[in-house]
Design a protein around this ligand. Structure first.
Ligand code: ADP
Length: 170
């Protein structure tokens, strides 16, 4: 049984096997969750990201894909970096958003993780409307086949928490 849980708070303070990072394609850090993870996680994470950029992801991590590194000083075993889509009213990019959640779960499972924490991917700088982002996130993980025991959404502010609570419980 997988339980889907909600927490209002900072994802970098969670104790889980895998913490998901709403990264960008460069894998070299940014603002929001990405900045917070690298700040608290320390230089080991960035060093591994640089190696990925020098190897398999020379052109960057494509939108909707996910890749793991160790978690440095965070209370987790892995950080799973995924690149959310920038929201657009001209083009429906939902598939990419759903793929971020699914691919992160797949990578987590491959690693042997039992618990995972997600931020609200794309709902910050990438502009995805919170209510829709919450619905897509909840649907994506609910319909995924996974042996993880806990999938935790960590929402930074009360508005995000309310959106996820509504998506999960209605
Ligand atoms: P994106 O570029 O995918 O939009 P952001 O990091 O800008 O990523 O924002 C994604 C979501 O994460 C936003 O809802 C933002 O409020 C939230 N957020 C920012 N910092 C943290 C944090 N430390 N822990 C959890 N959520 C965070």
């Amino acid at each position: 049984m997988t339980s889907i849980t909600l927490v209002q708070g900072d994802i970098t303070l969670q104790s889980v096997d895998a913490i998901v990072n709403a990264a960008n394609s460069t894998l070299l850090g940014g603002g929001g969750v990405d900045g917070a993870i690298h700040r608290r996680g320390g230089p080991a994470i960035l060093a591994e990201c640089k190696q990925l950029r020098a190897g398999r992801y020379r052109r960057g991590l494509p939108v909707g894909e996910a890749v793991a590194t160790t978690a440095g000083d965070l209370d987790a075993r892995w950080v799973i970096h995924t690149v959310g889509p920038v929201h657009s009213y001209d083009e429906d990019r939902s598939e990419y958003l759903i793929s971020c959640y699914r691919e992160s779960l797949r990578v987590a499972e491959e690693l042997g993780a039992r618990t995972i924490a997600f931020p609200a991917i794309s709902t910050g700088v990438y502009g995805w409307p919170m209510d829709d982002g919450a619905r897509k996130a909840v649907d994506a993980v609910r319909s995924a086949e996974t042996s993880l025991t806990e999938i935790r959404f960590v929402l930074f502010d009360p508005r995000a928490y309310r959106a996820f609570d509504k998506a999960l419980n209605s």
